[in-house]
Design a protein around this ligand. Structure first.
Ligand code: NAP
Length: 281
């Protein structure tokens, strides 16, 4: 770990200007009275290796890794924790006491915490779960739900081979279901998760008929721009409880901050409002 008392961390991405992480981590540094700064690190793919290798020498405690580097960055760290290995991507690097680099993935932690923030007694084993999408977010979400004891996860993706590959990689309780059957795959479920990009600002709404969805089912969306996607709006209007992607974004940052700065930070209503204000589209 860096011997500098001024704590440095940042987010490496390309581009990176859109990232809300500096606002989030700098809010916490100020709130907890910790001397330090969290900065944008615009790193092009061809310089990712040298940028990561320079972290310790520059006195960084570590950094977040965002699009498009989450998979490629794994090749440039010395060690990867077991959960991140299963996810197949890292979103956090922590400089270790001997200056070696360890990679983590906190997206699944962030997702589960976002559900618990909304419903403190939420459990993964109260009924089948339907997950739409089989990209990077889906991998973290599906693994975290399986680890929390989900008994049946129906995984559907526009490109079926990706859902099938994930189901055979993760094994029970994950089952691949045909994309054409997504409307019927909502029957009897306790939780619906959208991890596709459909419904994001600038993309069409997800094409999904909610008729078969039980009213007691929780509906969550990994998207946070807009805060209420067409899916979440439709679910809310028919009486389902909903959780947007902001809680996942805020919560994934907490264990990283703790690893770098020694404090597990809290998500206050004031912080939530400050980040929400940057998301109005
Ligand atoms: P990704 O790896 O590129 O995966 C995108 C997914 O969307 C794939 O399953 C893809 O299906 C599906 N998709 C794209 N266009 C579609 C269409 N027209 N119809 C149906 N499905 C379509 O992206 P990702 O990293 O998983 O991110 C997915 C979403 O989660 C994004 O909106 C991202 O902002 C959000 N996210 C949020 C957080 C958070 O902290 N809240 C964290 C990570 C990601 P195919 O395989 O068929 O292409």
């Amino acid at each position: 770990m860096s011997s500098h008392s001024y704590g440095l961390a940042g987010v490496m991405g390309w581009p990176v200007a859109h990232s809300r992480s500096p606002k989030l981590h700098n809010y916490w540094l100020e709130k907890y009275g910790l001397p330090g700064a969290y900065v944008q690190l615009a790193v092009a793919p061809e310089t990712l290796g040298v940028a990561i290798a320079g972290l310790a020498a520059l006195g960084f405690r570590g950094c977040n890794i965002t699009i498009p580097h989450k998979v490629d960055a794994m090749a440039f760290v010395d060690d990867i924790d077991a959960n991140a290995k299963r996810v197949g991507a890292i979103n956090t690097i922590v400089v270790q006491p001997d200056d070696s680099l360890k990679g983590f993935n906190h997206d699944g932690f962030g997702y589960i915490q976002s559900l618990l923030d909304a419903q403190p007694d939420w459990r993964a084993d109260t009924g089948p779960i339907t997950v739409l999408g089989a990209g990077g977010a889906a991998r973290a979400v599906v693994l975290s739900l399986a680890d929390r004891g989900a008994k049946e996860i129906r995984l559907l993706n526009r490109t079926p081979e990706k859902a099938q590959a994930l189901a055979s990689e993760f094994g029970a309780p994950v089952k691949a279901v045909a994309w054409a059957d997504r409307h019927a795959a909502l029957s009897d479920i306790a939780l619906l998760v959208n991890t596709t990009s459909q419904g994001m600002h600038g993309t069409p709404a997800l094409d999904l008929d909610l008729t078969a969805l039980p009213q007691r089912a929780l509906v969550s969306d990994a998207i946070y721009v807009p805060l209420e996607t067409p899916l979440l709006q439709a679910a809310r209007l028919r009486g389902n409880a909903t959780v947007n992607g902001l809680g996942m974004l805020l919560n994934q940052a907490r264990p990283a901050f703790q690893a770098w700065f020694g404090v597990m930070p809290e998500i206050t209503p004031e912080l939530r409002r400050a980040i929400e204000a940057t998301l109005q589209s």
